[in-house]
Design a protein around this ligand. Sequence first.
Ligand code: 2RA
Length: 350
Amino acid sequence: MAPTLALVGATGAVGTVMVDIMNSRETWPWGEVRLIASPRSAGKKITVRGEELTVLALAPEVFDGVDVAMFDVPDAVSAEWAPIAAARGAVAVDNSGAFRMDDDVPLVVPEVNRDKIAERPRGIIANPNCTTLSMMAALGALHHQYGLRELVVASYQAASGAGQEGVDRLYAEAAAVAGKAVGEVAGDVRQAITAAGLGEDSPFPAPLVFNVVPWAGSLKEDGWASEELKVRNESRKILGIPDLKVSATCVRVPVVTTHSLTVHATFERPVTVAEAHKIFEAEPSVVLVDDPAAGRFPTPADVVGADPTYVGRVRQALDFPNTLDFFVCGDNLRKGAALNTYEIAEALVG
Ligand code: 2RA
């Protein structure tokens, strides 16, 4: 019998992208699909592959008979409900941060460490944070050939990484400055935003429009942002390099959706740009766009809505041996969240 798939958080921002992904897959290994959400959203109708489904309220019994349950919900909801789904016999594939660094929960990017899905003593598999995920397909492909040793990254993160609230705030700030000559004098962007009636209750610690904000996540020890520590810890776990040297700086930019990163990666062995191009071209989930003479490189505005990771600006670092610099863009709501979760679910039954 074809396996049963459940989606918890079906009406949320990532859940909505997940339904879009489910509707657009070429192959479909699933039988019954159950859409699950909070009691507030239960009863809504959502069409999945031509069939109108009624959203069910989250309760232990909705997991009975489910083979794979995908969770696109906040950490606290996953922490409570993924173990319940697993106890009822489902494999829980969780997109929250609740389990990512637990030793007995694999953290999976199918292109990089697909074999880890078999090692799931708690019946839970975690999906990485979108910033780490945006570079993993490209970095993993290089690591498998050349052995990654050191990683220095800077992120350029989209507003939607902070949820719908982040997107709404960016649009509101953009409306506040539209048509105004601001950004020429310190503080004038802030003044325009305040004059338009936007309060201090922003998900960002500074104006995002006409600006860049060197902060994502919460404050951790010694001035690090949680997002930067996630890049370090998750990269080590996914790539299976516990002592990988990593330094990350995470920055929010006025882009609606699609995270970008600059990557400075040092390998055990020398790697040329031509070799790196070949590896990227051979990786099905990577698209290489690297012709700077023709002005061709990936940008978030051209990548949003796409499934692959886009890579460009590949260069050999002039002063660092065995080191490449490159630029990646990945849709943070697709490969960065819903798509990777779905690909794990698919790998479980593939
Ligand atoms: C962000 N990576 O962009 C986070 C969302 N998980 O804020």
